[in-house]
Every structure is written in C-alpha cells, then in structure tokens.
Design a protein around this ligand. Sequence first.
Ligand code: SAM
Length: 364
Amino acid sequence: ACCWRHNFQQAGGGQEERSEHGGEDRHVAFFHAAPPRASSNAGRAFPRRGAPARSLRYATGSPFQNPKSKLQPPPTGYAEHVEDRHGHRISYLRLSITDRCNERCRYCLPQEKQEWLPREGVMSYEEIARVVRVAAGLGVRKLRVTGGEPLVRRGVIGLIRALRAIPGIEDIGLSTNGTLLAAPDPEEGTTDTVAQRLADAGVRTVNVSLDTLDPASYALATGRDYLAKVLAGLDAARTAGIRGIKLNCVLMRGTNDKALPDLVDFAHARGHLMRFIELMPVSRTDVLEENTFLSTLEARQRLEERFGPLVPRPDFRTNGPASYFEVPARGQLVGFIGAMTNLHFCESCNKLRLTCDGKLRPCL
Ligand code: SAM
C-alpha cells in the first residue's frame, strides 16, 4: 500500500487541474481528465501492469453497473473509470463523514479524551455530495459511507438520499459499529429504526464491526459495554431487509484470538458474511506490536482446529481485498483481509478514500 501511495503521489497526485466535468474540479486533484481514446486494456478484467498513466475511458454501457441496482445508471459520456499508472481502476469511493465515534477501540481511537476536529473543519454534506458528483463523472460507481462512526453524525440519512440521487452512483454501503442501528431515527420523530431508514434511503450493504461475542472482551476491545446494542442492531438491519451484512473482526492476539470459531458459527447461523482483518497501524503505530498482531494465516489455522481444512475459493470476490475460504461441511464462506501479510493486497485495489476534512487518499 505504501509503495503504491508513494508512486501515485510521484505520478503527480495532489496537483490542481481543471477537468471537463462542469468545473467542479478542485476536489479531484488526483485525476487528469483525458480525451476519450482507445485503451490497450479493453476487455481485460484488470489491466496489464505498466499501463499508461491515468488513462480515462468513457462508458459505452458500463460493465461496472450492478444489474440489481435501483440507483441511477451513469449518463452517456461519463467515464467508466480512472486508472492510475499501475492499472488500478478506481470505481469505489469511501466517504469518511466524521472523525467522531461513540466507541474507543484499542486499535483505532484508544484515548478516552479525544480531540475532535472543529465543526468547520469537517466537510459539509453539500461539499461531500459535490465531490461525489465529480467522482461519478470520473467513473466512481460505488460509495461506502464510513467514519469515525457515521451514524453519530446528524442528518446522515438525508446525505444518503442525496448521494443516491447522483447519476452514476449505483451502490451505497455503510460501515458502522452497529450500536445505533436499532435506535429510533432521531431525525424523523418516528419509531422506525435507523436501520429501516437506511434501507429506505437506498443502503444495500452494511459492514458491522464485531470483534468478539464475549461481552467482557468486547468492552475491553472497544472501550464500551455495547455488545447488546450491536446484536440488536444486527437484528434491526435484518428486519429492515438489508441482506448484504458483513461482519468485520480485527484480529488481536490476547483479546479475541480464542473467539474466532464462535464468530464464524454466529455468522453462519444468521446468514452474515464473516471477515477477519489483520491489525494495521492506521491511527497509532504502537497498536501493532508483536504480542497483539495475529496474522490471517494463524487465524485460519485456529478455525481449522474446529472446522477442519478450509478450502480456498479464489473464484469468490466481493468488492474488496478479502480472500475467501469455505468451511466445507456447511458451504459457509469466510473472508480474510491480510493487509499486512498478503503481498498481493494492493493489486486489485479499486478504492479511494475521502477523509472528513476533505483529503483524498489513494489508500485505506
Ligand atoms: N465505526 C465504523 C465501524 O466500526 O465500522 C466505521 C469506521 S472503522 C475505522 C472501519 C473499519 O476499520 C472497522 O471494521 C474497524 O474494525 C477497522 N479498523 C479500525 N482500526 C483498524 C486497525 N488498526 N486495523 C485494522 N482494522 C481497523
């Protein structure tokens, strides 16, 4: 990830330049809009390495279009995708809408006293929607609303409705800790849950952080005794008809390494997709230490002690870097995100991230 980010920046990331898309170009500093041209990568699922830098192709019936999507297809003339010089095709934008969170995960926001960004330092919803309009014109088709905890920011459902209305955006997902999904929507003054409002607003998939099913370990990992709220939130999401529910567990030796098989059983019983993520030094370098890091390989071995050999399923992919394996006796798929140990982690990346203070990052 780091060398890709480095190379991407060397390739001219960060320069300001006018684009062809309605003048809304100040936020798309990483992209060069080029006139349509024949691509040497036509017809390839992923382009050849060493493809020309920052080429841009224009849609002629986008293969990125999700046939089940009820959202808007891209208008004719919109770009199908942007490529960097390593051939990564960018079609997916993660939107961090707040730095605030109601939990204090040890690997993310461990300090109790948190200095939040001042309100004026956080992008307004209008600004976020404006960036998304430009990004859609450049080939972004899928959004994931994240944070901090996105559900602590007021008006998030209104934002999702606004994003949904942007032509070209075909899919909107949400990443949440799940604690507020079962709460009544405070904006609407009704008894509908937040999960129901999200579903009604067009959210198709929800990724919920769940590191353990043991209340004491949950409180230790997240700094809050909210496991029951998360479980209620998962029920609310299912009741709301959200079918694409993924559970994300960050692997932590000494905290949840013994809990992994129970999480897999839980996901199986409820029809969720379970994924295990290696601890990354994303916010503080000292979260990742030898005595806390647990690799996806070791996690797999722990699962195999309970379930027998897991079978690789390279044919199964979601819109991300997880490698999937099957628990053969029950046909259950389990994902492993080896951010630190998988040498091919960055190869198929199609994402950019917009931080809540308006920075565009070419890496998670
Ligand atoms: N609050 C939301 C949530 O819990 O999903 C969205 C933001 S959270 C930062 C997004 C995801 O990043 C969660 O699945 C979380 O577990 C994961 N994450 C946070 N810090 C991490 C770290 N140091 N290493 C690996 N994953 C991390």
